[in-house]
Ligand binder design. Sequence first.
Ligand code: FES
Ligand code: FES
Length: 227
Amino acid sequence: MMPTPAPLKNAEPPGGLSRRAMVQVSSAIAAAPLVGCAAPSGGLLGMAEVSSEPNPVMMRMNLQVNGQSYPLTIDGRTSLLDALRENMNLKGSKKGCDHGQCGACTVLVDGKRINSCLTLAVMHEGQAITTIEGLSSGEALHPMQIAFIKHDGFQCGYCTPGQICSSVGMLAEAKAGMPSHVTQDLQGASGALSDEEIRERMSGNICRCSAYPNIVAAIRDVAGAPA
Ligand code: FES
Ligand code: FES
């Protein structure tokens, strides 16, 4: 007896429906009772239109990053971090957790530090975004970058762009008189920062290599505070 031929890979099933369409139809049939939708009059192909993944809504926007204008057409759900890394090729800002817990993605928006993984790119049109790539002026490093090198404020370096952007934003906050949870004298909050103040204010930036003493030393140096 002749052996039954094995089905061809990706062969179309009878009736003209592709394998992909068959899978979609099957998924739609399975999902229909769960979502409580009545069977559409269009038959099986109509049910295949039921989808749990809406199509992306592409949006045009113009972002100002490091003094440069970036015209973009991207999914409106794109985080600022992903837009920076994937659409503008600015890979300095790092994705550690993508959940606002590590600070590796910290950038400055109008001078204020934010976690770029927690915000949508489209929300920042018209604002001045600064990433680690934009802190230096040409070949001249930012004083905080110099201090991190001088004090060896990193090991693997993955958290470092976020640490540096965050510390620049943090010093501006302190200078503006914003208190932290450990500030004793609320009237004199703009005074010199103690190590305790620096650690508290930088607590949103995690360093897995535990380079904390050197990070604090670098920030203390720029802040002009005594050890
Ligand atoms: Fe944004 Fe961790 S990647 S906080
Ligand atoms: Fe490695 Fe901070 S230097 S995570």
